[in-house]
Write a protein that binds this ligand. Structure first.
Ligand SMILES: O=c1ccn([C@@H]2O[C@H](COP(=O)(O)OP(=O)(O)O[C@H]3O[C@H](CO)[C@@H](O)[C@H](O)[C@H]3O)[C@@H](O)[C@H]2O)c(=O)[nH]1
Length: 468
């Protein structure tokens, strides 16, 4: 753990205002605090209020900066999970307006390092001007970054149209089919403001001291090596942050939904090992009512036992709460399925031996959690950010199969949902997928391996020359 001779650092963490970003930043903060470093975790009051309970280290200081008001951003909204995708640009604007208050904090708090996200593309320059080092923490994997390429390509002229992102870029020097589908890119375009995500990512990479990400070379050495080459600066993966790693020893990352666990556990206890499909679409994906109904029909047609987390976010235009799934669906399937409303204890569900597979939107945290338990993946990518790329990557790694969707509009059929789900879960031809996913536990669930990555990341912070 903490070494006597070690230099104590003061590290500011500044994640984007999204659950999938806040949590990995908090996990890394806990690890660094265990190593004796002082953490200033900077975010907005509502987000901090939610996180505070899951961190007990006195070395983590939560710094609350009120989110400036922006026309178009509903009052009291402070994270992407409270917004439909087309309103996310307003949140990005408000986040950018935090620049003066974050700068003021960094200037007056004795911080040595800033660990930042890509949305705050201005942060590494601010840090440099203040004589502080910065590291860009990409909360997803190296393959995604490799697809987007170096700053020169992110800002270049080669990829101006949405179609340009549907092909594997020429600089990818290993076999890959990782690229967006057109409908994913169309949807992603909706969540960009006048500063595009490409400009943001480019600024984050170009001006930081080094780049880290939630991954490890054991999983994707080809992409990590490529990044080292194309960025021309150190790339130090910090591991997959699996459950039970050093970061989790003070309690699970999030205990919301735990009150549902006893009933769920009892239900799962009565099912055969590996028989249940867990279905959940993360914190940001919103499907239209039509697509939710198609998904419901597919789940029903699969004939398999399931737990389906139905997100009650009142965000689909004109549809609220229980209308989002077909009327009477719950009663029709009650002999073999459970519909969960609101926040689910996802980690506990995935960890139960009766769960064999996960129909997922391909958020990176969900994928990491599932493979940490060796669960096979039914890949139903959402259209946000990296999810399409993650879906392709996991399909290519043969730890899951993608549900086919129309390239143009993302539509899909209930038959294909049922067919792919059955293939991954029970059919003979899915056997290799199931055994590959099970084998991935050796990487995704390997505490020793992942703590070694975190140690190496910490060592780089500790030994980096001080900025002048
Ligand atoms: O009812 C719920 C819903 C979610 N979770 C947890 O919330 C996290 C969800 O993270 P993730 O699967 O990554 O989904 P999102 O938050 O929807 O995804 C955002 O963040 C990801 C990085 O984590 C990116 O890969 C995605 O593109 C981005 O949309 C996971 O830890 C889940 O265990 C629960 O415990 N219960």
């Amino acid at each position: 753990m903490e070494r006597k001779d070690q230099k104590k650092l003061q590290i500011a963490m500044f994640p984007w205002l999204a659950y999938g970003h806040l949590m990995p930043f908090l996990e890394v903060s806990k690890f660094l605090a265990q190593k004796g470093h002082q953490i200033s975790f900077i975010s907005t009051p509502k987000n901090i209020n939610r996180l505070r309970s899951s961190s007990f280290s006195p070395l983590i200081d939560f710094v609350e900066l009120p989110l400036p008001a922006v026309d178009g951003l509903p009052e009291s909204v402070e994270s992407t999970s409270e917004l439909p995708i087309n309103k996310v640009p307003y949140l990005k604007k408000a986040y950018d307006l935090l620049k003066p208050s974050v700068t003021h904090f960094i200037q007056h708090s004795g911080v040595n390092w800033v660990v930042h996200d890509f949305i705050c593309y201005w942060m590494p320059r601010v840090a440099t001007q203040l004589g502080v080092n910065s590291v860009y923490f990409n909360i997803t994997n190296a393959t995604t970054l490799a697809f987007f390429g170096p700053p020169s390509e992110l800002l270049g002229d080669k990829r101006k149209r949405q179609e340009d992102f549907t092909v594997v870029p020429e600089w990818v020097d290993y076999p890959s089919n990782v690229a967006f589908k057109l409908h994913e890119m169309v949807s992603h375009w909706d969540c960009m403001d006048e500063v595009s995500d490409f400009q943001r990512l480019s600024g984050a990479i170009q001006d930081c001291n080094f780049v880290t990400m939630r991954s490890c070379t054991e999983f994707e050495s080809d992409a990590v090596s490529l990044l080292r080459k194309i960025y021309g600066k150190p790339v130090v993966p910090l591991g997959l942050l699996p459950l039970g790693s050093a970061t989790h020893q003070h309690g699970v990352a999030d205990d919301r939904g735990d009150e549902k666990w006893e009933v769920l556990r009892e239900w799962l206890e009565n099912k055969k090992p590996n028989s249940v499909v867990y279905i959940a679409l993360g914190t940001e994906v919103t499907l239209s009512q039509e697509l939710m109904h198609e998904l419901a029909r597919g789940i029903e047609k699969s004939g398999l036992p399931f737990i389906w987390v139905v997100n009650n976010r009142p965000l689909v235009e004109g549809v609220l709460g229980s209308d989002i799934i077909p009327f009477g669906f719950q009663t029709q399937v009650e002999d073999r399925g459970l519909v969960l409303r609101g926040w689910a204890p996802q980690l506990k569900i995935l960890g139960h031996p009766s769960v064999g597979g996960f129909l997922t939107h391909c958020g990176w945290s969900s994928v990491v959690e599932a493979l940490g338990f060796g669960r096979a993946l039914i890949l139903f990518s959402g259209a946000n950010a990296d999810q399409g790329l993650i879906s392709r990557l996991m399909h290519q790694k043969r730890v899951g199969l993608e549900i086919p969707r129309d390239e143009q509009d993302g539509s899909f059929t209930s038959d294909s949902v049922a067919e792919v789900t059955r293939r991954v879960m029970v059919e003979k031809e899915g056997e290799s997928i199931r055994s590959n996913a099970w084998a991935m536990k050796e990487i995704f669930g390997n505490l020793e391996l992942n703590n070694t990555c975190l140690d190496e990341f910490t060592r780089v912070l500790e030994t980096w020359p001080t900025s002048s």
